[in-house]
Design a protein around this ligand. Structure first.
Ligand SMILES: NC(=O)c1ccc[n+]([C@@H]2O[C@H](COP(=O)([O-])OP(=O)(O)OC[C@H]3O[C@@H](n4cnc5c(N)ncnc54)[C@H](OP(=O)(O)O)[C@@H]3O)[C@@H](O)[C@H]2O)c1
Length: 240
């Protein structure tokens, strides 16, 4: 049975990805940091629905050195023996302009959104040598909006890494990205804010969790694609 590790899988986008891969007969390793209760709920719910699988949960802080690499790659809980896919979904999204970004904020954004995916991708490649990786990016990779400067730069770097690793690791490991537009409001904003952002996209709609999850599924399932970025963003990237 194929197995995927999804980072930041307890809630929101990561949870939707876990549910879709579980429904398509995959074993899913659920990574979380603070959301232990949500991770347990998701795991138990999936175990009830699909009793042939385990859906283990693994806690790791992706901003704390590189200890998480051993936890998420070398020492996965039994009976998980290896991984066929890795989805880097965990992220932090802090507002701050270039002028306002301090060292701590820059370090945090780069650590969780770029350096952790980098180290996990590298370990996945070294341990398995085959399989597929999908990095969750953001439609902001095509513009120079400075409202979330460090976040946007971390995702731009992850996009470049996606293409570089795709070339270096072919033909063994495929590496792709999905760049979402407005899917869910950030914790400090409400649904009205999300609607306003979505109204500004060419398709004038919020991106459905299922549409986003299907984009990720497509990239994992299609063995002829590597180095590709799918914009699942209601067309937002067209406006730059
Ligand atoms: N939401 C959107 O509309 C939208 C739009 C564009 C792009 N995206 C991208 O899509 C992905 C998912 O979005 P989302 O809104 O679901 O993300 P989110 O809720 O902001 O974050 C997902 C998870 O990341 C984990 N995380 C944060 N800091 C961590 C750390 N230091 N160590 C380990 N895990 C950490 C958290 O896990 P715990 O809760 O367990 O701590 C959190 O639940 C992200 O990559 C995001 O950039 C989302």
């Amino acid at each position: 049975m194929p197995t995927v590790l999804i980072t930041g899988a307890a809630k929101r986008v990561g949870k939707a990805l876990a549910e879709l891969f579980a429904a398509r007969d995959w074993e899913v390793v659920i990574h979380y940091n603070h959301s232990e209760e949500a991770a347990l709920d998701l795991s138990l719910g999936l175990q009830n629905k699909y009793p042939d699988r385990h859906f283990p949960i693994v806690r790791a802080d992706l901003s704390d050195g590189d200890k998480f690499v051993a936890l998420l790659m070398d020492k996965l809980p039994a009976p998980i023996k290896g991984l066929d896919a890795l989805i880097n979904c965990a992220s932090v999204f802090e507002p701050s302009s270039v002028a306002e970004t301090d060292y701590h904020l820059l370090r945090q954004q780069m650590a969780v959104n770029f350096e952790a995916p980098f180290m996990l991708m590298q370990a996945f490649y070294q341990l398995h040598g085959s399989g597929a990786i999908v990095n969750i990016l953001d439609t902001r990779i095509v513009n120079n909006s400075w409202s979330h400067a460090a976040y946007s730069l971390s995702k731009k770097a992850l996009m470049e890494l996606t293409r570089m690793a795709a070339l270096e690791w072919a033909p063994g490991v495929r590496v792709n990205g999905v760049a979402p537009g407005p899917v869910l409001p950030p914790p400090d904003k409400d649904a009205a804010h999300l609607k306003k952002v979505a109204a500004d996209t060419p398709l004038k709609k919020v991106v459905g969790l299922n549409d986003l999850a299907e984009s990720v599924w497509f990239l994992i399932a299609n063995s002829a694609i590597t180095g590709q970025i799918i914009f699942c963003d209601s067309g937002a990237h067209l406006k730059g």
